[in-house]
Design a protein. Structure first.
Length: 68
């Protein structure tokens, strides 16, 4: 993830040299691949973590099951 410092002086926009914010395995420009928090302090990246993780089990209608 790269950043560029931006400054406005006397009606002129000045752009700094791009610099690396952090390295990431994220290599896609697809929509939804990353977002920035409203305060601009954090990034959320949608990246694959590799294999070997535990499977996810989604339980739907669990509230009805509790009532039984």
């Amino acid at each position: 993830m790269m950043a560029v410092d931006v400054a406005a002086e006397n009606g002129t926009l000045r752009l700094g040299t791009p610099h690396l914010l952090f390295a990431t395995p994220f290599l896609s420009d697809r929509e939804g691949a990353f977002t920035v928090t409203p305060d601009g302090k954090r990034f959320l990246l949608n990246v694959a973590t590799g294999s070997g993780g535990k499977p996810l089990t989604l339980i739907t209608n669990w509230g009805a099951e509790l009532k039984k």
